[in-house]
Design a binder for this molecule. Structure first.
Ligand code: ZN
Ligand code: ZN
Length: 190
């Protein structure tokens, strides 16, 4: 059994329904363990670091990074419409992020976290994307006057097809370097 499924299965077994009342339920009809009824654990697990070394507790989020186009395409098939409509504050919707990544895996991947069945708000959340962008741009971590974020954001929306409906530009943009000094940018929404 893959590790994340086993970890979450244990959390589900430890879950006390009284906690739903004690901590306040986000949705009265929520059902713990719903992600275990899908392939979400298997799709997310390859992008989770240190799962066996430092396994998450029942209320911990499970961060993932560099979730690729293939996994994004499969998540689009297994998550519910309401899951896909979800978004982190002013970020694009999960659907928009997964669709763009599935279409342009050469230029995009996803970072975010999953919440397991130990919590009432069990879900998958995208906090942002990594983007490969070749232009030479000046991008401080947080915006300042004259930073080139609009150029990068236009590239992501217009060229890579990320649906920005209702989304703001990213709160934070930092460079990340991969093999052969290949520069990507990490876009993150607060
Ligand atoms: Zn609950
Ligand atoms: Zn800016």
């Amino acid at each position: 059994m893959p590790a994340l499924r086993a970890v979450w299965q244990a959390h589900l077994e430890q879950h006390d329904p009284e906690d739903c009342v004690r901590f306040g339920t986000p949705a009265p009809d929520h059902h713990h363990g719903r992600l275990l009824g899908s392939t979400v654990p298997e799709l997310v697990e390859p992008f989770v670091r240190g799962l066996l070394v430092d396994p998450p507790g029942p209320t911990d989020i499970v961060p993932f990074t560099r979730l690729d186009g293939e996994a994004a395409g499969e998540l689009l098939d297994v998550l519910s419409p309401s899951d896909l409509d979800g978004r982190q504050n002013d970020a694009p919707t999960l659907r928009a992020i997964l669709e763009a990544t599935a279409t342009r895996p050469d230029r995009l991947d996803v970072h975010g976290y999953a919440v397991g069945p130990g919590r009432c708000d069990e879900r998958v959340t995208a906090e942002g994307v990594h983007v490969r962008f070749d232009d030479d741009v000046r991008l401080p971590r947080r915006h300042d006057d004259g930073c080139d974020c609009e150029r990068l954001w236009s590239y992501v929306v217009d060229e890579l097809g990320l649906d920005d409906d209702g989304a703001r530009r990213p709160d934070e943009i930092v460079p990340v370097y991969r093999a052969d000094d290949e520069r990507w940018w990490r876009l993150w929404w607060d």
